[in-house]
Design a protein around this ligand. Structure first.
Ligand SMILES: [Zn+2]
Length: 115
């Protein structure tokens, strides 16, 4: 058994672990897990499998760079097709925008009851 690549102390044991991206379950994959610190290590073949699954499920590379545009007197940020699909966004939907720091904000999609 090998020692943990992260903390150097714990022993690594083979386990099947849930892999989540953006809090969405992608699948269970074989990994080595540290008994001390809990760090999870995937082999390069597994990483490739996970990447392929993420691409298949539209969960790959959703973080994008975009530019601020104008809309009348206001500014707007365009969301690409993939983000629209991921969040199931529709025109007219209400979102809550909240500053987190001086250069970061969070957008929460408010759940609206459908009648
Ligand atoms: Zn460790």
């Amino acid at each position: 058994m090998e020692n943990c690549y992260e903390c150097g102390k714990g022993k690594l044991t083979k386990k099947l672990v849930d892999y989540k991206q953006y809090n969405v379950l992608v699948g269970k994959y074989p990994a080595e897990v540290c008994q001390e610190c809990g760090e999870v290590f995937f082999g390069s073949e597994t990483v490739e499998q996970i990447e392929n699954k993420l691409k298949e499920k539209n969960l790959w590379g959703l973080g994008i760079k975009t530019q601020i545009g104008t809309s009348g007197n206001a500014l707007d940020i365009k969301l690409g097709k993939r983000l629209v699909k991921f969040f199931h966004l529709q025109k007219g939907q209400t979102v809550l925008i909240e500053p987190k720091t001086t250069n970061r904000f969070e957008v929460e999609i408010l759940k609206v009851r459908k009648f």
